[in-house]
Design a protein around this ligand. Structure first.
Ligand code: RAM
Length: 342
């Protein structure tokens, strides 16, 4: 259990509880001097895919906690809808303001690159986290877990839940999301290679919008009466799909798994709609991203092979493609979900 190994069981829960207290959505700024008068003043702007997503509320609360620890100044800005255009506006504003570092979950691998390039020309460090741009665009990517591992755990869960046979579909986020597209591609490969009796019949997009994802689930079930399972590799999608299934005839007949947060999925695990899903600790991801941004700004790291310390999470080394890896995905089910609060 990497999530608990890194922090220790009780420490993990304490950190999560602390993050919950500082969780915020929407514009939010704060600064701190680290409580000891030794603040380093690094200014960090977090730009999630969209605001109002519990996943980013948790990850960015982790970022805020880190920035407060090193005595910098934190803000979160971002679009209401998960679109690249909306993100470009916020990147441009942060560049004009001369922030020290931007931490971005990208809605598109290419569309942000011009704006990010202008930021970097102005000596602003740019870290992507959660969803990367093309590696050339940014300084570092903070990867929540190895993409192959994220794909594998979801395929294993659906195979276990449908007896390794039958029709399945993907309910994804935005059609251009780099993270979901990479995971889905790898899941398709894995199914083709190792699960000959599972057939992928559709991929639909809910744009990380609750209502769109809910409606897309209804449409999927209508279109594919023999559907055995849905994989939704997005916390917004899986929660909306679970809500739909929980009151439909398909409850208990169509399996649903993917990536979700324990707080959003708890009721659906407890009422039997969902057996098991996975995720990493989003709070740790934001926390690590903020410390990585600070290390870049301070010149402690530049790229591959360099190491830095990310507060309570300890030491990390920058790997190939200037990527820093947080850890492994973790499975949540009825036996353990009560132990988590995020
Ligand atoms: C949603 C977003 C995010 C993704 C998680 C799993 O919150 O699409 O990018 O990493 O799901």
């Amino acid at each position: 259990m990497k999530m608990q190994n890194r922090l220790g069981g009780l420490a993990a829960l304490t950190l999560v509880a602390g993050l919950a207290l500082t969780a915020c959505g929407g514009d939010d700024s704060s600064s701190a001097d680290g409580g000891s008068g030794g603040g380093d003043g690094t200014t960090v702007t977090f730009i999630p895919k969209n605001l109002g997503n519990a996943y980013f509320d948790t990850s960015n609360a982790g970022g805020k906690k880190a920035v407060e620890e090193f005595g910098g100044s934190y803000e979160e800005v971002g679009p209401a809808e998960g679109s690249p255009d909306g993100q470009v506006t916020y990147i441009n504003t942060a560049t004009q303001q001369g922030r020290d570092a931007l931490v971005i979950s990208a809605n598109d691998p290419d569309a942000l690159c011009d704006a990010i390039g202008e930021a970097r020309d102005a000596d602003i460090k740019v870290v992507t986290y959660d969803a990367d741009t093309n590696p050339d665009c940014r300084d570092l990517f903070i990867n929540q877990a190895d993409a192959a591992g994220i794909a594998k755990v979801q395929v294993e869960m659906i195979a276990e839940q449908i007896g390794d046979a039958g029709e399945i579909a993907f309910l994804s986020a935005a059609a251009n999301a780099t993270n979901q597209n990479e995971w889905i591609g790898l899941m398709e490969d894995e199914i083709a290679a190792s699960h000959p009796d599972i057939k992928v019949v559709d991929t639909v997009y809910g744009d990380d919008d609750d209502q769109k994802s809910f409606d897309a689930t209804a449409a999927l079930l209508n279109k594919h009466p023999d559907l055995k399972g849905i994989i939704s590799p997005t916390t917004v999608g899986i929660a909306a799909a679970a809500r739909y299934l929980s009151t439909s005839d398909a409850k208990g007949k169509v399996a649903l798994t993917g990536l979700g947060t324990p707080n959003q999925m708890r009721d659906f695990v407890n009422d039997g709609t969902v057996t098991e899903f996975a995720l990493w600790n989003p709070g740790d991801l934001g926390y690590l991203a903020a410390y990585a941004a600070e290390a870049l700004v301070k010149g402690d790291i530049e790229g591959e092979g360099d190491s830095f310390t990310a507060g309570d999470l300890g030491e990390f080394t920058v790997g190939a493609d200037n990527t820093v890896l947080l850890g492994d995905p973790f499975r949540f089910n009825a036996d353990n979900i009560a132990d988590f609060d995020f």
